[in-house]
Design a protein around this ligand. Structure first.
Ligand SMILES: NC(=O)c1ccc[n+]([C@@H]2O[C@H](COP(=O)([O-])OP(=O)(O)OC[C@H]3O[C@@H](n4cnc5c(N)ncnc54)[C@H](OP(=O)(O)O)[C@@H]3O)[C@@H](O)[C@H]2O)c1
Length: 222
């Protein structure tokens, strides 16, 4: 995707050594993240404080109920951008709090009454797509709204949508020193996969360092 038409996109994730996002399919990653020490959380929140917006998929909202705010460092909360094809976000979800602006991208399938209820809660709702959220349109729209940088905190379906579009500029990983195992456990990137060597997203290691007990690697897409 053309860089002029989208924000700078950084995928940031906490991963086990075998690349898993969580303990088993359907499990909240908060359990795995409890292995992170304060310095690793501080790193994560530093990144949040430096971007204009943060995105996670709707499934992560339903399983993890994250706040997506900045708490471990001083700084502004990024705008929360949530792709959700039927606007199926629990009305008590933490991302609906007033601490930060939230924009939900949905589709024509979303029931009108759910959209209205979200709007009453102060949430901006944008229709972008017929069946699933059109990520190209989403990225163009938020760029037009003035969002220049976007941090993406998963899950694997959303990460795939962005990789497929070749819209990712950087990947930053907090490595958790554990092996989770399990064939069906979500990894960093899901979807159908690139399948051919010539199609793979190529990365270059930009830096690696330790924060607390955790190795952090930062990669640029080339
Ligand atoms: N370790 C970490 O850093 C980390 C970070 C985040 C998440 N996680 C874990 O990852 C798991 C969730 O990952 P996930 O892959 O199942 O879900 P996800 O990527 O968080 O969300 C996927 C959902 O987004 C919605 N969506 C809207 N438009 C879409 C489109 N064009 N393509 C794909 N999805 C679209 C769909 O829900 P609707 O049908 O409702 O629209 C879809 O089910 C959880 O276990 C969570 O704990 C871990």
């Amino acid at each position: 995707m053309n860089n002029q038409e989208k924000p700078y996109v950084i995928i940031v994730s906490e991963l086990s050594i075998d690349g898993k996002l969580t303990l088993y399919r359907g499990a909240s990653s908060k359990e795995l993240m409890s292995l992170m020490d304060e310095e690793a959380y501080t790193y994560l929140h530093e990144v949040r404080s430096k971007v204009d917006a943060i995105m996670v998929g709707c499934e992560t909202i339903r399983t993890d109920n994250p706040s997506l705010t900045v708490r471990y460092v001083k700084g502004k909360n990024p705008i929360r951008v949530i792709p959700c094809s039927t606007a199926n976000v629990p009305f008590d979800a933490n991302i609906l709090s007033k601490e930060a602006k939230t924009i939900i991208f949905t589709t024509k399938r979303a029931p009108e009454e759910r959209i209205e209820k979200l709007q009453e809660l102060g949430i901006e709702v944008v229709i972008a797509g017929d069946y699933l959220v059109d990520f190209e349109l989403l990225l163009k729209t938020i760029k037009e709204m003035g969002i220049k940088s976007l941090m993406v905190e998963g899950g694997s379906s959303i990460n795939w949508e962005l990789c497929k579009l070749r819209a990712v500029d950087e990947v930053r990983i907090i490595h958790l020193p554990v092996i989770v195992g399990g064939e069906n456990v979500p990894t960093l990137v899901g979807g159908e996969g690139f399948k051919m060597l010539s199609n793979l997203l190529q990365l270059r290691l930009r830096s690696f360092f330790k924060r607390g007990y955790h190795l952090i690697t930062e990669w640029e897409v080339v």
